[in-house]
Design a protein around this ligand. Structure first.
Ligand code: UT7
Length: 335
């Protein structure tokens, strides 16, 4: 039996910056509203006609993570791809990464857990590594949101929040039981599946039916979010899973070197920070620059924190997420 650890990190953000002022020009919103409610100043949107897609951004982030891990792509035993915006309805995006990285026939699995996707994927990789079944696992979180958002005033409560991007980590074996991933907490509550969802087309209403209806007011193929309800659940669930992770590791909140919360809303991160009495330097936030990139937000933030020297050998790190499903979880890491 092994522990698992992260040995390489990478991120990729499309170049195209969309500021709040840019959004003011196309919908009824304001920089003041967006900053006050979410903390977001700008986000990245893939430019139409660019080569970037969900899997391709994942490949770019992965190449950096693999290089930093000091292994070759051919040594990867498993790919886990977390996304809610896969390139195709099917197959998943993981197989596209396997092909692009020329990894011979390794298994590639998509994880459809939305904002908690990266946390679920790391927990899954951890289990495969712990049992000895696989040695090197590539874990990716990538989202191409911008093409599927309602960029009119009708969709403003969602479309101002989300951004595109990708992050990836390479995980491998760790011999010491006191290092690497110490524990993971995973939960879901399907009772609230519709509160944050994109339901159309679906198996009760396939595309031919939607086309037959030909209803210009049909918004079922845009994301829907009951914002305040999601917010209230998020702050409770974030706190619970962080507490559970701390307890299992035997850490006090003051001992955390860095908490990397899913970047859903700066107000949520600030609420959690206050609840645990954490100093600013103990919580990493970059939603101001990238918006909410769903499954990509934690690996992007973790990579940036590592690049800035805020995650290093000996660091006590906690990753935590909450989102659509509802799903939520945390990962406790002794770096
Ligand atoms: O990542 C997955 C998990 N997601 C989350 O955790 C998100 C959780 N929820 C939130 O972050 C917040 O609920 C939002 C940021 C989405 C919304 O903030 P809110 O304070 O809950 O606003 P609200 O939806 O209650 O709307 C307040 C007002 C409404 O106007 P009236 O009815 O008071 O006149 C909205 O129509 O703000 C209006 N509004 C906007 N105004 C300007 C909604 N969106 C916008 C907008 N610009 N973009």
């Amino acid at each position: 039996m092994y522990n698992s650890k992260i040995i390489g990190l990478g991120k990729y953000l499309p170049e195209n910056v969309v500021t709040n002022a840019d959004l003011e020009k196309i919908m009824d919103t304001s920089d003041a509203w967006i900053q006050e409610r979410t903390g977001i100043k700008e986000r990245r949107h893939i430019l139409k006609g660019s080569d970037d897609t969900t899997y391709y951004m994942g490949v770019k982030a992965s190449k950096i993570a693999i290089e930093r891990a000091g292994i070759s792509p051919q040594e990867i035993d498993l790919i886990l791809f977390a996304t809610l915006s896969p390139d195709y309805y099917f197959p998943g995006s993981g197989v596209l990464v396997q092909e692009a990285l020329e990894i011979p026939n390794c298994p590639a699995m998509d994880i459809r857990m939305q904002c908690s996707g990266f946390v679920y994927a790391v927990a899954t990789a951890d289990q495969f590594i712990k049992t000895g079944m696989y040695k090197n696992v590539l874990v990716i979180g990538s989202e191409y949101h911008s093409g599927g958002l309602d960029m009119t005033s009708r969709g403003r409560n969602i479309s101002v929040i989300f951004g595109d991007g990708a992050g990836a980590v390479l995980m491998t074996r760790e011999k010491s039981k006191k290092k690497g991933i110490l524990n993971s907490q995973l939960h879901s509550e399907g009772k609230y599946a519709q509160e944050l969802s994109l339901i159309g087309p679906n198996t009760r209403r396939w595309v031919p039916e939607i086309m037959e209806e030909n209803n210009p007011d049909d918004i079922s193929y845009f994301p829907h979010m009951n914002g305040q309800f999601v917010f209230k659940n998020a702050v409770v669930r974030f706190s619970e899973v962080i507490m559970a992770g701390l307890k299992k590791a035997g850490w006090r909140p003051q001992e955390i070197d860095i908490l990397i919360p899913h970047q859903a809303n700066l107000r949520i991160s600030q609420f959690v920070q206050k609840k645990f009495g954490l100093a600013d330097k103990q919580v990493y936030n970059n939603i101001q620059r990238y918006g909410n990139t769903t499954a990509a937000s934690i690996p992007i933030a973790l990579t940036e924190a590592w690049e800035e020297g805020k995650v290093k050998k000996g660091s006590k790190v906690i990753l935590a997420a909450f989102g659509s499903g509802f799903t939520w979880g945390s990962i406790t890491i002794q770096w």
